[in-house]
Design a protein around this ligand. Sequence first.
Ligand code: GCU
Length: 462
Amino acid sequence: MIRLHAQFIIIVFAVGMHDASAQPIRLSPADSIARKRAADSIRSKTSEDYQDMLKQLGITELRPGANGNNAKDPHAANYDESKANPFPQLPDPLILTNGKKITTSKQWFTKRRPQIVEFFDREIYGRQPNDIPLVKWQVDEVIVDTIQGIPVTTSYITGKVEHPTNPNRKVQIKLSLTIPIGAVERIPVVMELSFPMPPGFKSPPPPPNVPRSPGWQEQVLSRGWAVAQLIPVSIQADNGAGLTEGIIGLLNDGNHRKPDDWGALRAWAWGTSRAVDFFESLPQLDAKKVAIEGHSRYGKAALVAMAYDARIAIAFVSSSGEGGAKLHRRNFGELVENLAASGEYHWMAGNFIKYAGPLQWSDLPVDSHELIALCAPRPVFISVGEKGDSWVDAKGNFLSAVYATPVYELLGKKGIPSAEFPKVETGFFEGELSFRQHSGGHTPLPNWPYFLQMANKYFSNK
Ligand code: GCU
């Protein structure tokens, strides 16, 4: 490994994600106390921000979320399909708010799509401000390395955003980019919205003599494509306390949000788009071939990014569940009420909380099939796991893709050809909407080869 230059502090990125086998390092008593203080401060700031939002919304009572950990709880998560659809009527993506049906792709783009975007902006993910300062990208360090026999360079990059008047309010977006050495043409790039490795954790060494299947980065690199990893929490913290900081706090001068202001998912999606801007400036990359992938909360963010940025060519949306691809109107696993509670409301617009209190899921003006529809005609792969992933509601994710299909068809593309839920380890790959449920639990890993095969249909220069 050769370090070419080091201008700034080196950030060590997690090459894996959410590594379940990560080993905790023992903390000193002083470090444990400092961590506890930090956690207490996040809790109390989150509570203050949450209460402020409830007050703005005039909400005094909310329905509790589903409990995914205790089947005996009166509010235990439902996993019985016969009780999953209390509100079977979904908003029709092809019917305008005045009740008229649209029948052409022009009407979709000029009339219906803007209505759906406005609903997602106002009620679900919040509005992105117009006057966001420019991001200045800077390469901090370049490392020459070999990954599975492939010579590569990895650049560690910071995207700096400054407040026009307050130098204390700044954001530093962290991104890494790994490019195979020797590519002769512009190459596609696959970007993951990555979980950073928590400080104090390290991966254990691989067990000796056990053959290892290639990680997703190796699978991408061996196709001759570039790998990028974006760290969403460098854009916006993953808690309510952070809403007065990060890019959201930079734009609202550290004040609490208004009910239709953007939440973390929209902020992470904004950062994803800024990384695409950066890719457009690089001669090695083909910025018309940008794929993104995200898992779990970052699966939600990847879908939001794809819906809002037409430059993103294809998305791998892994186990995104409630707030992502799962239909809000489904009573299965995680619910609207969970996202509206103080641990997760920061992902959403404040207005979203109303649907767990005074209003019902059936009052939502849009549902998640319309978020997928906003991606049309571009390809989207919806991925879920079987055992260990029921919280995300595999079928609720699938049905979203099924009900987004009429929009893809209107635009001359293929969606999901059948509403019948496919067996585990099988799926649909014929159209621009793909779906596969693997048997590996809450992880994207088993579906990477399927996604890359799908991306290859669009990225190979045939
Ligand atoms: C929780 C949360 C999910 C989220 C997941 C994750 O389980 O309820 O909505 O997707 O965390 O991001 O890990």
